[in-house]
Design a protein around this ligand. Structure first.
Ligand code: F42
Length: 144
């Protein structure tokens, strides 16, 4: 198994540690919003290292919608590059861990459908989309 390299962003790294150490009982929401998160484990496209990224929990049937918003920043989060290169991911949703495959959504109709799921789960996604000219990448992770 490749080595895990934590994100340099402390509050995010701390959330991953709390979420995993508690077996999905703690650290499962975005700060004090009470909104649920998942942890996506993926492989760095440059280092080959194990990377772990908390994202909002956006259910789509037995799958999940992964939204590369990063708060509406001008650039895509780099986990997007990892998923494009290595689509095999693990998703931890509270106590359960699933092996999944992430596929980027390009079809406009499908994108509209899953974007609506995202905004319903986490309304600020809409504000983030307005804050940036980049097209926020959207993936669907489906059970393998
Ligand atoms: N981010 C979102 O985009 N969407 C969400 O819904 C979301 C929810 C959320 C909930 C809780 C929480 O704690 C954080 C949340 N975030 C959300 C933030 C998310 O977890 C990430 O921190 C954020 O999206 C930025 O992702 P990032 O992959 O750009 O992380 C950076 C800060 C990072 O870790 N960079 C590393 C570094 O050393 O600078 C490198 C990481 C990496 O993957 N490197 C690759 C490698 O090969 O190892 C190379 C990547 C490349 O191609 O350059």
């Amino acid at each position: 198994m490749a080595e895990y390299i934590p994100t340099p962003v402390k509050w995010v790294r701390d959330q991953v540690e709390k979420y995993e150490a508690s077996g999905g009982k703690e650290g499962t929401t975005l700060m004090d919003t009470g909104l649920p998160c998942i942890i996506v484990t993926h492989v760095g496209n440059k280092t080959g290292a194990v990377r772990k990224t908390p994202l909002m929990q956006v259910r789509d049937g037995s799958g999940y919608v992964l939204i590369g918003s990063q708060g509406g920043a001008p650039k895509d989060p780099v986990w997007v590059h990892n998923l494009r290169a290595n689509p095999e991911v693990e998703i931890r949703d509270h106590a359960r861990v699933f092996k999944m495959r992430a596929r980027e959504v390009f079809d406009e109709q499908e994108r509209a459908r899953v974007w609506a799921l995202g905004v319903a789960a986490y309304p600020p996604y809409e504000d983030y989309a307005k804050k940036t000219s980049r097209k926020i990448p959207v993936f669907i992770a489906e059970p393998v």
